[in-house]
Design a protein around this ligand. Sequence first.
Ligand SMILES: Nc1ncnc2c1ncn2[C@@H]1O[C@H](COP(=O)(O)OP(=O)(O)OP(=O)(O)O)[C@@H](O)[C@H]1O
Ligand SMILES: [Mg+2]
Length: 264
Amino acid sequence: MSILVLKNIKKTYLLRNSVFEKRKSIAAVKNISLTLEHGVCLGIVGESGSGKSTLGKIILGLEKPDQGEVCFLGKNLHKLNSKELKELRQNLQVVFQDCYSAVNPRLTIGEIIAEPIRNYKRLSSVEEENQVQQLLKKVGLSPEDVHKYPSQFSGGQLQRINIARAIALKPKLIILDEAVSALDALVQIQILNLLAQLKEEFQLSYLFISHDIQAVNYIADCLVVMHQGEIVESLDDMEQIEQLEHPVSKKLLSSILPPFPKLF
Ligand SMILES: Nc1ncnc2c1ncn2[C@@H]1O[C@H](COP(=O)(O)OP(=O)(O)OP(=O)(O)O)[C@@H](O)[C@H]1O
Ligand SMILES: [Mg+2]
């Protein structure tokens, strides 16, 4: 069974600038179908506005599609009741680009990482602190950081904290929406290596959404290229990346700097 199957997903936003204007619409996602297998990282690459984040939000249930089905772990997400959805939802996590707004500045790192654990498990405070400290170690931070606040960390460290929170419930799939795009090049490589390690260790699947085909090439096992709400090209073998043919793919490829050295 595939971990995620999208069938004919469509999402149009209606816009109205003023009461006198006719309603305009933007077809953000047009009839997208794709399948993601267990343990695979699928890169979704495309220019700004191509519909990548809208697709991610639909999978996460943050946006409702006008049409189509999202099947996660064999279940149609739109046909579940709230209890079933909560149960399934612990297997689906997300890390967004903006690591600062993803955390509440008034909570300690320990409280931030413990949030999903508290939502799903009943642990004593000692057990909870133990788990949080283990998670901090997994993402390369010190267990002593547990009592610190977000303002005491760099962007890269905060993204590690967001990753620790995302893996806290041992999910099956993580959606990474431009998760490294705001970081400088060296920190990007470090976080990509961390994500690759965690993927192996926890048998995770990733949907790695990015406008940066170089970062996608570094971590993904396969990719789709989106343009104006559609998948215009796909690749099962990243070794063939140079052979992408669509003009948008070529444009994205032409922006590539010399390749990152692979560290894993
Ligand atoms: N809530 C919304 N209301 C109206 N239009 C929206 C909304 N969200 C997205 N859009 C529009 O849908 C289209 C796709 O947006 P989306 O954010 O999915 O693109 P993206 O590929 O993630 O872009 P980026 O690389 O800049 O993050 C864009 O034209 C955008 O303006
Ligand atoms: Mg986006």
